[in-house]
Design a protein around this ligand. Structure first.
Ligand code: BTN
Length: 244
């Protein structure tokens, strides 16, 4: 169930409208540009034509609400696998879902959950992939922290090939997650984890604290060891990897 658009305000918004009208599992919305792309924490996601891939998927996993966040981790693993297959580059993941190359962000994932009675009704997984951006295509304030596959590979990347590779990886990872649980996804996530063992700063709401990045647990929560050696589970927040 594919929907391609030359231009949309936001693929997440359109996917949500389709989901509300009963769109089936796997419905895909792709736009060549977005005029009101949205990021996490209410930020904008600038989405110019001929630069990125902007897509949203409707998923309807029959799982408890507590497992919804695992889909975001799973999506970042699938996108890393697609990048590896198509470009040979080796991306890393910063918890929960930032895919990085050379320490800079290469894509953004925005998962929106619609739940009923503590169970997932549907999820909208939105992904903005920085594919063929040149430096000037990024808003000035994100230039120091953003990059694209073309900038990293030193050549233009075939967007269609990348999109197809990503969808194939995601379908395989999603089916494995539904049948076997988070275990195998967790291993793949940890194999690409950025900053394991490094000092980190966690910002969660009003609270800021520092620790050392230990791992993720069997459910996808981040495990951070504090200066007293106690390990804490982090379920949401922003992580910055700090110098030693
Ligand atoms: C982030 O802040 O890192 C998440 C960015 C997510 C952007 C994508 S682009 C496709 C989809 N549609 C949107 O409006 N947002 C997501």
């Amino acid at each position: 169930n594919y929907h391609f658009f030359a231009s949309l305000p936001s693929t997440n918004r359109t996917a949500k409208e389709l989901a509300r009208q009963g769109a089936p599992e796997g419905t895909l919305v792709v736009a060549e540009e977005q005029t009101a792309g949205r990021g996490r924490l209410g930020r904008a996601w600038v989405s110019p034509r001929n630069c990125g891939i902007y897509l949203s998927l409707v998923l309807r996993p029959a799982v408890p609400l507590g497992m919804a966040a695992q889909v975001t981790l799973l999506t970042s693993v699938s996108y890393c696998r697609a990048i590896e297959q198509v470009t040979g580059l080796k991306p890393m993941i910063k918890w929960p879902n930032d895919v990085l190359l050379s320490g800079k962000k290469i894509c953004g994932i925005l998962t929106e959950v619609h739940a009923e009675m503590e169970a997932v009704n549907y999820l909208i997984v939105g992904i903005g992939m920085n594919v063929n951006h040149q430096g000037a295509d990024f808003p000035e304030e994100v230039r120091p922290v953003a990059t694209s596959l073309a900038l990293e590979a030193g050549k233009t990347v075939d967007s269609t090939q990348l999109l197809l590779a990503f969808l194939a990886c995601l379908e395989a990872d999603y089916d494995r997650w539904l049948s076997d649980g988070f275990g195998s996804i967790r291993e793949q996530w940890l194999a690409r984890a950025a900053g394991l063992g490094r000092p980190v700063q966690i910002v969660a709401g009003q609270r800021q604290w520092q620790g050392r990045l230990a791992s993720i647990d069997e459910e996808g929560a981040l495990l951070v060891t504090d200066t007293d050696g106690a390990t804490h589970r982090v379920y949401s927040g922003e992580v910055s990897i700090r110098p030693e």
